[in-house]
Structures are given as C-alpha cells and as structure tokens.
Write a protein that binds this ligand. Sequence first.
Ligand code: PGA
Length: 253
Amino acid sequence: MNNRTPLIAGNWKMHKTGAQAVEAASGLKRLVASATGVEVMIAPTFTALYQVGQVLKGSPIALAGQNLHWESQGAFTGEISAQMLADAGCSQVIVGHSERRQFFGETDETVNMKIKAALSANLTPVLCIGESETEREAGNTFSVLDKQVRDGLNGFAFDGQADIVVAYEPVWAIGTGKTATREQAQEAHLFIRNLLDSLFGKPFASTVRILYGGSVKPDNVKALMEMPDVDGALVGGASLNPETFSKLVFFND
Ligand code: PGA
C-alpha cells in the first residue's frame, strides 16, 4: 500500500470544438461528482480551455494544457506559455507527449525547458516518456526511459513541494488498441520509480504518481491499477466520451 492518490487523466488531443468540450466536461462533472479517493484531470484543446475551466469551477476535476512553450511571452507565433495556461484556469500541463516528440520535433532538451517553465508557473507537469516498438524489440526500453527521465528532469531538485507526474506511455500502445500487459507496465513503472529515487531521493520517488498510458479502456483499467507502481492512467481515445471516461475514474467499482 502507498499514499499516492490515483490520477485518471484525459488527453482530448485535437478533438472537440468549444461547445463539444463544454458538453463533455459538464457530463463528466456530473458523472464523477461522487468519486472519492481519486483525482481527475482533463486536457482539452487550447481554444476550449477557458470555457471548460468555467464549467469545471466548483468541481475537483483539474484542467490541463496539452503542451506549452518554455518562454513566458515573446515573439513565438502560435505558442502558448505556462502563464497563459494558468490564466485560462489550468493547474497541470502535459509535456513531451510522444505525438509532440514524433510529429513536432520535441526533444528531451525542449521537454526539460518546458518542465521548468511549468514548475515556475506553479503548473504540475505531466512528463510523458515511453519507448517505440523498435526500441522495445531491440531491448532498449530501459535505456530509452533512463535518458528521457534524466534529460527531461535535468536540473530539477525536489524541495518537498514540487509536484510532477510521470506518464509511461509505450509509443506502440498509443491509439493502437495494443495495451502493455500489466506486468510490462509494472516493470517499467518500477524502473522509473527506482531511477527517480536515485536521482531525487526517496521522499520524491515514493510520492510521485506514475501513470500508465496507451489504449487504457474500461475493460483493462482495473488490472493495470492493481499493480503497485501504477498510480493512474493517461487516456486518449477512451477519455472523449464522458460515460466511458467516468468508468475509468470508478476503476475500483
Ligand atoms: P490512447 O492515448 O488512450 O488513445 O491510446 C493515450 C495518450 O496518447 O495519452
């Protein structure tokens, strides 16, 4: 047993207009109103953040951005800063999602700058890491995770306060319907926690939430959540429908 409160996080990616996002958030707010002992987060698109934030007022569901820029302001056309996310109502932000790494040139170095920017604006970063299928098949899973954690959190020092969430998302499991087995997830999560222990100490490693992401669905969530180092889920496809997502929030029922 541990004291980590499970976190069920929904990444809506590039889905839903403002009106659709408001409708889904309102539905979710109602559906998870009675949930206890679990935290819930949703990450709508930038254009829907403010509206969804208004809907979530008075509810424990946290609002998150899906990405941010590392500077607080400036001539960076098309970018959004941590301060702007906070202003729109966010308390968390997803950093280094594999789709950003794959399609938008995100590197461990830019991820690191973004983590620092998020923390300095009091946003909880959700650092996404994970190996590709080729990397796993070549037996490089742990070395990939090691580099992503070390470089992504380079310069970070735990002061007893800073909240960081790590999401282990094997790239081959995202949006593919191919979930890692719970043993594979546990093995990776334990590796990550031990690494965080060696880098930042036990008080950090024992409290940090490590989420699993990659085709999490109502029929596999419970088995994953039973693993000792799986502290929650980062969910794409199954987070879009409030009924489905609420089943993940009530994973224990
Ligand atoms: P998925 O996405 O649940 O659709 O596999 C997970 C993610 O990308 O965070």
